[in-house]
Design a protein around this ligand. Sequence first.
Ligand SMILES: [Zn+2]
Length: 466
Amino acid sequence: MLNFTIQNVLIAVSDDYATVDVQVVDNKIAAIAPNLQVIGTPIDGKNKLLLPGFFNAHTHSSEMWQRGIMSMFPLELWLAELYDFAPLDPEEVYLSALGTAVETLLSGGTSVVDHLVLIPGLELETIAIATRAYREVGIRSFIAPLIQDESLTAGIPSGESTQTHEPYFRSTAATLEIIEEAVRQFHRPDEGVNILVAPTGIQLCTDALFEGCTELSDRYNLCRHSHLLETRAQEKLAQEKYGCTAVEHLKRIGFLSDRTSLAHCVWLNDADIAILAETQSTVVHNPLSNLRLGSGIAPILKYRQAGVNVTFGCDGASSNDSQDLLEAIKIGSILHNITDSDYQHWITPRQAVEMASLGGAKGLNIADKLGSLTVGKQADLVLYDLTNLSLLPRTDPIGLLVLGRPTNVVNSAWVNGKQIVADGKVTTIKVDELRQELFNRSQWETKRKSETVAQIEAHYRTVMGL
Ligand SMILES: [Zn+2]
């Protein structure tokens, strides 16, 4: 059991700040008040800000290998390029999971939802190795093995043409068996490792896959995760596939719930938004990915007004192209000021921080245990250095953390009471060795051509009226 006391640290209290001590006993926040008795290790919190850890609530760790090089394409063509060059051997999965964890931690995240791309034929091995990486770093992990049961071209609307698609290489039943086995082997919430059911989205999944996932979720008490209406093409596809919106369809087949989190949610109408509110589903906002792929601006202010829980994700590093959570939080909050001239609806820095912490916990159905500085909650904490140049001069610490361009500001981080960042460095793994491995296994590249894009681009342009 881990005990420590952070002394003289700044915390946010309603519309203000207070300097307090925070006692952590048996991995949980035991007391928050000035001048507490020191229990366990004393930690100097002077000139530092303590916040609950954020959630990187949607990413794909292995995309790290292709960040920076992906063409300027919309999602459907971008995906074709991504998969043509997905290198992916288990060692690479391991290294990119480590990298994703480190970048998330050093930008304020203590939890990561990894919508994990599986190596065909090595699915359980992929999950095992990502699990190992996250355990080694000590970040809280929510591994959402990315599954589908339709081939990639099925994700593009047919339009006027008749399209036929190759069958997917693995049966729906076999895919569900892999997930169930992953749950048996790796789902250990008490140890900070969680498995989610995570069909990639309506564009590449049958109802049978969604229903199988819902059934596993109910049986094993698992959270549900999926992409939803990221692009205009998917909105069109849903109409072709179901004759109604994707949200109406997902509600009908029972996938939406208070432990369902949905990445993107760009192309929803007002009735869809009401369904998300009614089912208490969570929206994961990935603003940088939506900008990079030209997907659109998710109507986040409308979600908030309708009472829909919203949190932030970086999305995979090939569509971002980083894993800086503070950057996603900044863009993801001020982006919406141009969508609604009523500034009273705009997201304030304090609201953004709450969305990133408590909002993330709600989306994973653990708001009773995580997401705020509350006595009794687990100690997933981040300490920011307020003497860092990017957080000076002294104004409003949360205002500058969200709206500024904070650089190397995370001084310490704890997950479940265990310190895994100290003096600005991850202490659990050798980050210098990770850098060396990433360097050695890659090369500077500028030109490559995707064969799949060459095959599908003309059809995509026709269907999308380009
Ligand atoms: Zn994604």
